[in-house]
Each structure stands twice: as structure tokens, then as C-alpha cells.
Write a new protein. Structure first.
Length: 274
């Protein structure tokens, strides 16, 4: 019992220790707030004006503003989760993480939780500013479903980020190129600025492996129940998100163990010359 309590204490402290830098970083680098809040609004504004020029229905403006806010999570997963182990290796910290007497999943979980909280602040700012500037109104048909979908979307998305963290480390210097490669295609396939239904059933079904695809579609259906642009029923999307959440976390755990063995066997924990 004492061993279990001690292990749990170490696990929780590790999570807090890895989440803390991401939370405190919100206040230490004020310039980031400008780049991460106002610059995404420029891309969002471009799509809003396109829809308005085409005479699209008002809900399309809401689709764009919501998608613009959710881009913050994908960027955080891509650049602060997926590439994190690679940057830690470059700075010489990765070996310290792997020899520390704690769970490696706790390290990743701390990174994820810290990233979620920090990114939520920025996403809310984008959502509020976008709603005020473009006069967007949302009608929530089911608050419980909205919160559940949002939570499952983040769990599945950051679980995918944990998988990427291990995979990108094995690619070494190609991690930067992989992150760049995944950025824009996911913007398209996940339907950040348009209903995913317009891509057709099979492309939309394939894109559903990216959690934010179904998450965005479900939230849009909940916020605009009369729009009629949903891909599939909200509860089907919620079930798939729940399955993806569990699946990605299990895969992330297995990949982390495999990565640890491969990295130690092949000497990939440090950069040569450090």
C-alpha cells in the first residue's frame, strides 16, 4: 500500500512538474499572446469575408470562428507535443527524462495537461474576439453534449500528440519537416474553415482518424442544430471520439516503451558530441 501511494505521489508530482512550465510561460512571454491570438484571427477573417462575399448563410461565419479557435489546439499538439522529445534530445534533457525514477507517461501527461490549459486560454480569446468582431451568435442545444465532445476531442487529440512525440523522435532531424508536412493538410482534412461533409463521405471518413475532425463537426452540430451540415449523428461521432481516446492513449504507452528500448539500444538518447 505504501509503495502504491509513493508511486502515485511521484506520478502526480511529475505531471505537475511538466505542466508548470507551460502554464507559467503564459505570463513570462507576453509577445506570444499577440502572435497566438491576433494572427490566427487574420486567417479566420479571410474566410469570413469570402463566405460573406458569396452570400453564405450566417452560420458559416460561426463555423469559421469556431474552427479558427480550434486551430490553436492542433498547433499546440504539433509543435509543443509531437516535437517535444526531439527538442529535449537536442538540448540534452531527454536522457535525464528516461533515467528519472518516474513514469514516462506522467511526463507526457503533464505536457498534455499544461498544453491544454494554456491553449484553452488562447482559444477562448480567439473565440470571444472573433464572435464580437464578426457578430457571431451560438445557440447551444445541449451543454452536456458540448462539454463531453470537447473533452473527448482534447483527450484523443493529445493522445495522438503523445504518439507523434515518440514517432518524431525516431525521425531525428526530420521531425521539423514532418511537423510542417502535417500542418496544412490537417487544416484541410479536418474542415477547420468549412463543413467536413462537403469533402464527400469516404474522404470525411478517412479524415475522422484525426480527432479534431469529428470534434469540430459534432460541436458545430450542437451549436447550429438547424444548419444541416453534419457529417454523421453527434452521438456516433462522440462514440468514435471515445474509442479514439482510449486507443491513442494505449498506443502512446506502447510506443513510449518501445521507443525507450530502441533509443537505449541504438544510442538515440543524446546528440553525438554533447
Amino acid at each position: 500500500m505504501k509503495n502504491l501511494r509513493r508511486e502515485l505521489t511521484v506520478f502526480v508530482r511529475t505531471v505537475i512538474g511538466r505542466a508548470y512550465p507551460r502554464l507559467i510561460g503564459l505570463q513570462r512571454e507576453k509577445s506570444w499572446l499577440f502572435f497566438e491570438i491576433f494572427l490566427p484571427l487574420l486567417g479566420t477573417a479571410a474566410f469570413v469575408f469570402i463566405y460573406r462575399a458569396l452570400g453564405a448563410k450566417p452560420e458559416f461565419t460561426g463555423f469559421v470562428v469556431l474552427g479558427g479557435a480550434m486551430t490553436a489546439y492542433w498547433m499546440n499538439v504539433l509543435w509543443s507535443m509531437a516535437t517535444q522529445f526531439y527538442w529535449e534530445k537536442e538540448t540534452g534533457n531527454l536522457a535525464l527524462y528516461l533515467i528519472a525514477p518516474t513514469s514516462r507517461m506522467a511526463i507526457l501527461l503533464g505536457m498534455a495537461l499544461g498544453g491544454m490549459v494554456a491553449t484553452t486560454v488562447r482559444a477562448l480569446a480567439v473565440l470571444v474576439l472573433g464572435s464580437l468582431v464578426f457578430q457571431v451568435t451560438f445557440t447551444v442545444s445541449n451543454w452536456g453534449a458540448l462539454v463531453l465532445v470537447f473533452f473527448l476531442t482534447l483527450v484523443a487529440l493529445y493522445g495522438l500528440g503523445m504518439i507523434f512525440a515518440s514517432a518524431f523522435l525516431l525521425y531525428g532531424r526530420e521531425a521539423w519537416h514532418m511537423a510542417n508536412l502535417l500542418q496544412e493538410p490537417v487544416f484541410l482534412l479536418s474542415g477547420f474553415y468549412f463543413p467536413i461533409k462537403s469533402l464527400g463521405f469516404w474522404i470525411s471518413a478517412g479524415a475522422s482518424l484525426i480527432p479534431i475532425t469529428l470534434g469540430l463537426d459534432a460541436m458545430r452540430q450542437i451549436l447550429y442544430p438547424q444548419a444541416g451540415w453534419g457529417f454523421v449523428d453527434v452521438w456516433i461521432e462522440t462514440t468514435v471520439l471515445a474509442v479514439l481516446s482510449v486507443l491513442f492513449l494505449v498506443i502512446a504507452h506502447r510506443m513510449l516503451l518501445w521507443l525507450e528500448n530502441v533509443a537505449r539500444r541504438e544510442g538515440r538518447l543524446t546528440v553525438r558530441g554533447q
